[in-house]
Design a protein around this ligand. Structure first.
Ligand SMILES: [Zn+2]
Length: 326
């Protein structure tokens, strides 16, 4: 078992392992035999929510071969049929990664960070998009984190060990932090999850106390931005609900993976949901609330521009992207 002390002592020696991407799940790399995902020429889009501007920033896309394991509780033939009915490829899944920037008065609030320097060649574009949209990493005053999977926290700290958003408070759900930083949970985890635990330690173990802010889901994190517990995908997975001048935008993080499958069929469980039943329930409740309130929605794994609205479709929901400009 790795103790905290042992881990910190080993952290410099394992830099080469990080560089090789061994702490990023294999699915976040690209599948070379299936071709390369195409990225849009301009990977950011702006949308108004009341008096606030929300900007989606495409960190990239990873291509994953579609196998039996991807949807845990549906036969592959049904999964392929649903993709085909939407004119989507059936041999692979393209999974986008999309952090969001909220520009509210003098506040610059980033939601999730993408893979940083730790993913495949068609990922890690967040800083490029941020600059193209007119912002620098030092402009970010707050980073809000939904959960601790590598595609959401990887960009907080680079290979050189620097905190990329050096002037930002990093606000994290307390239950998520407690779970992943628990050495006993790491020791008890299956071998395939150890990389995710190690990555959390890489990012957070040495983060200064005046940078890291743990919050209880349900609390307000910035003017008009409330955190909402949505546990299931991970033990502390949390959404961010933004209200401005009678308009509402909900950033749903990983409430679903690609909506073409898991919004259309909210009862399907993606392989990454740690508690599939809790995830299923909160997915249904949240989409129902979003549609009832006619809220705008942003999703980390939604197709670019990754923001729009949800509409009832059959026994599930369809994502309708906005026609947003850069
Ligand atoms: Zn994710």
């Amino acid at each position: 078992m790795l103790t905290r002390r042992h881990f910190l002592g080993a952290s410099l020696a394992t830099t080469a392992a990080y560089a090789a991407g061994s702490f990023v799940p294999a699915w976040a790399q690209n599948a070379p035999n299936l071709g390369t995902p195409t990225l849009p020429a301009v990977g950011f889009r702006r949308m108004k929510v009341g008096d606030v501007e929300v900007i989606s920033l495409l960190d990239g896309v990873a291509r994953r071969p579609l196998g039996e394991e991807f949807v845990k509780n549906a036969p592959l033939s049904e999964v392929r049929a649903l993709l085909a009915s939407q004119n989507l490829p059936t041999e692979y899944i393209d999974i986008p990664f999309t952090p969001f920037l909220v520009v509210a008065g003098n506040r610059r609030i980033l939601m999730d960070t993408g893979l940083g320097e730790f993913g495949g060649p068609t990922t890690g574009k967040l800083l490029e998009q941020l600059r193209a949209a007119g912002f620098q990493p030092a402009d970010i005053d707050t980073v809000l984190i939904t959960h601790y999977h590598g595609d959401h926290i990887g960009g907080l700290r680079n290979k050189a060990g620097e905190y990329v958003f050096a002037k930002a408070k990093v606000m994290v759900p307390a239950p998520e932090h407690a779970f992943w930083m628990d050495d006993a949970k790491m020791a008890a985890a299956p071998e395939g999850m150890k990389g995710a635990f190690n990555n959390v330690r890489r990012v957070f173990a040495q983060m200064p106390n005046d940078m890291l802010v743990k919050f209880e889901p349900g609390t307000e994190l910035a003017p008009g931005i409330r955190s909402v517990a949505a546990f299931g995908h991970t033990p502390g997975h949390t959404l961010f609900d933004l209200k401005s001048a009678n308009q509402n935008f909900v950033y749903v993080g990983d409430l679903t993976n690609v909506p073409a499958l898991f919004a259309r069929n909210p009862d399907w469980a993606v392989t990454f949901d740690m508690d599939a039943e809790a995830a299923r329930k909160v997915r249904r409740e949240t989409f129902q609330r979003i549609v009832a309130g006619n809220a705008m929605v942003g999703g980390f794994h939604f197709p670019f521009p990754a923001m729009g609205r949800m509409a009832v479709s059959g026994t599930g929901y369809a994502f309708e992207p906005v026609n947003a400009s850069a």
